[in-house]
Write a protein that binds this ligand. Structure first.
Ligand code: UT7
Length: 372
């Protein structure tokens, strides 16, 4: 049987940091509320496009695996905040890393996009369609954020990470996964202002309002991730005691706490990044994975559980067997250009660009979409 081992990893975090105190300068919020309700202290705001972050992360992952772009035959770009729709973003990464013989595609399941992409790439490697793949989780949420809505503006951040998958006979990479979608709850999270439904009605793309039922999402996310985690452990014949490391989606520290405690796994086994990056949607799990290696928390042969959820509401849990190598074969010298503005200044620029009054009418009354 062919498996798809994770042999390279690399992250690209934009340096500009937006603190809770920064947020309290233009929103009715405070550090105490944000930390106690979410565990978040700061998040990043990118000064470059999502594709630029993805290129740096991919170059770092390639160096880590000790391979060249020319050896890659599949690129999957997991994201819901694409720089553009046509051409796809994966092809932009392909050009920049010289992966001339690769197939390239974008995949959007919101926050679970990286893990769904990991499943797709693994399946293609198992069936012989590809031998070497790059899977990217990237998100540039800041331009699409409704920065005047404290219910959502404090929760999200930008970021990116990528992994390299390579075909192997060893039992490594994904051992099993559970994928699902609680579509009856899809109305709980909608970003109005992204997509043709809105541009057709004269809305400037990115001039958003978020429908966000935090408490319902919280409840469904916990139930969904617990069920998916239990199902994948049962399918693979492992118990919570067998899990060495949990690398979960990081939307809220309280959600993570509830998921692992109901799954019978102690918090000490969880890789946490929520305090420094917030929820980076598709980038969250791969960034946490890369940092678990940087911080020496990933041990050779570790059994890793990765539960996640996102808008849709998509849910999943993956069980991954890590290989022997927990250090990079080489380091890439790829770097982002320096940032000239503070995160707060960049957010204030985005706020200033939004013309809410002129476009608000087009954001509502989408009967067909709203009935689904
Ligand atoms: O990847 C999918 C992303 N979605 C999620 O992760 C959402 C999951 N949900 C959550 O994480 C939590 O529900 C939230 C963090 C969003 C909210 O926490 P909560 O404990 O459910 O708070 P709440 O919505 O019940 O709000 C409590 C109070 C409200 O005031 P009142 O009505 O009690 O007077 C809110 O208006 O807190 C208020 N509030 C805030 N106060 C200060 C809401 N947001 C803020 C804020 N700062 N940023």
């Amino acid at each position: 049987m062919t498996y798809a081992a994770i042999t390279g990893w690399g992250k690209c975090m934009p340096p500009a940091t937006l603190t809770n105190e920064d947020l309290s300068k233009f929103l009715d919020t405070n550090d105490e509320w944000i930390v106690s309700r979410t565990g978040m202290k700061e998040r990043r705001v990118s000064h470059v496009s999502a594709t630029e972050m993805a290129v740096i992360a991919a170059k770092r992952a390639l160096a880590c695996a000790g391979i060249e772009g020319g050896q890659v035959d599949l690129i999957i770009y997991g994201s819901c905040s694409n720089d553009e729709q046509v051409p796809n973003c994966a092809s932009g990464v392909q050009v920049a890393i010289g992966a001339t013989k690769a197939a390239s595609m974008d995949l959007n399941t919101a926050c679970t996009s990286f893990l769904y992409s990991l499943t797709a790439a693994t399946a293609m490697i198992r069936t012989g369609v590809a031998k070497t793949a790059i899977v990217i989780g990237v998100e540039l949420i800041s331009p699409f954020m409704d920065w005047d809505n404290r219910n959502v503006a404090v929760l999200f951040g930008d970021g990116c990470a990528a992994v390299v998958l390579q075909a192997t006979d060893k039992q490594e990479g994904i051992l099993g996964e559970e994928l699902g979608c609680l579509a009856d709850a899809r109305q709980t999270l909608r970003v109005r202002g992204m997509g043709t439904a809105y541009t057709n009605r004269g809305v400037t793309s990115g001039d958003t309002e978020w429908d966000f039922d935090g408490q319902e999402i919280f409840k469904r996310a916990v139930q969904g991730m617990v069920q998916a985690s239990q199902a994948v452990m049962k399918k693979c014949g492992v118990t919570p005691d067998d899990i060495d490391l949990v690398v979960p989606h990081q939307a809220n520290l309280r959600i993570i706490d509830a998921v692992v405690s109901r799954s019978g796994i102690p918090m000490e086994k969880v890789m946490l990044t929520v305090q420094r990056y917030g929820n980076m949607s598709a980038a969250t799990v791969p960034v946490a994975l890369a940092e678990s290696l940087e911080e020496g928390r990933m041990k050779p042969g570790a059994l890793v559980l990765m539960p996640a959820f996102g808008a849709g509401l998509t849910v999943c849990a993956h069980l991954v067997r890590w290989g022997d190598r927990v250090t990079p074969l080489a380091l890439s010298d790829a770097e982002l250009p320096p940032v000239k503005k503070s995160a707060l200044d960049m957010v204030q620029d985005i706020r200033a660009r939004k013309h809410r009054d002129t476009s608000k009418a087009g954001l509502h009354g989408l009967t067909f979409i709203e009935q689904m």
